[in-house]
Design a protein around this ligand. Sequence first.
Ligand code: PMP
Length: 401
Amino acid sequence: RFSKLSIQPPIEVFNLMKAYQDDPYEKKVNLSAGAYRTDQGEPWVLPCVRKVEAAMAADTSLNHEYLPILGLEAFSQQATALVLGGDNPAIVNGLAFGVQTLSGTGALRVAAEFLCRQLGFNVFYYSDPTWGNHGLVFKSAGFTTERKYRYWDSEKRGIDFDGMIADLKDAPPNSVIILHACAHNPTGCDPTLDQWKQIAQVIKEKELFPLFDIAYQGFASGDADKDALVVRYFTSLGFELIICQSFAKNFGLYNERIGNLTFVVNAQEVIAPIKSQLSIIIRAMYSNPPNHGARIVATVLSNPEYNQEWRECLKVMSGRIREMRELLRGKLESLGTPGTWDHITTQIGMFSYTGLNSKQVETLVKKYHIYLLRSGRISMCGLNRNNIDYVANAIYDVVVG
Ligand code: PMP
């Protein structure tokens, strides 16, 4: 029965992480994983998360009973308020709600199942390039037509805005448009507010459906509210939309798989039927979500003291990344590395699209044990004061050839 199966290409980022782990070379550097590291190169459990976990462990009133199919209500309310702003008219008027999902990927998958199977959407668009999982998730959920809108202009190392608008104008009505709300993965380039206004106009005119993927709220600017501006702008225009939130990065809860799927709708009557349909989808996929991350996030966000501490952590993480951007660019420039490197500091969020080609990447991996994606994307989090000289020198070497 199983003999007809072939081996599929490995998932690049997980493959690189494994290769890095298995590599005995002392100076190896991991710039592939999208996970925060301290300046000592260690994972960081946020202090507010540790405190809540300690309190949870000591609280004998807590247990391991099932959560409802749609998850912990207290979590979803906090998560929805975090992305939309607590005073958003959509929330005040009861036109927004969230359901707990298995991190950002789970939110995307449930959203895609819902849009495809319940509403009959079958065309989806994502940016070229995008996070490597968008296509797989949407196709696996039943979408038949996968399309890209232009996004990255490799010449100017910035957004090909005219191309993006032209492609969106060409999209058939009811296409789902996946938009990165902030800190675009992999390019680190977000549209300006003025560009978002034009994007919103095309989406409205062409009757497209906006779906925001927000996996880095707070990571781009260090301010969670600022990073959600575009979502709030779209809701202020009266769009019905979906938002897929991940708490992997901004809470450091990668393996807890904690996410939220938010709906903003135009009438309260549609909420009960949507929730009912989502319940069926989730029941069939995994029945109900885990509790641990949901309780942590709900507790931190609802407690003013912890909430403040968490916002400080966002500043620490985004600040360290910005510092690494400055250092890397400075070192590449002072070495006289051919080419321009200002994009390293103009890009934002966890990643930088370096512009290194696949040959150069291969040399970095093979000769220098510096692990990064073939596309030239690096996670800034993997850089620290101990390895930045080594990395800058290696980049210089591969660019000079
Ligand atoms: N969307 C984007 C753009 C991402 O970069 C990621 C994480 N790499 C996700 C969604 C989802 O991640 P997770 O499922 O770990 O929350």
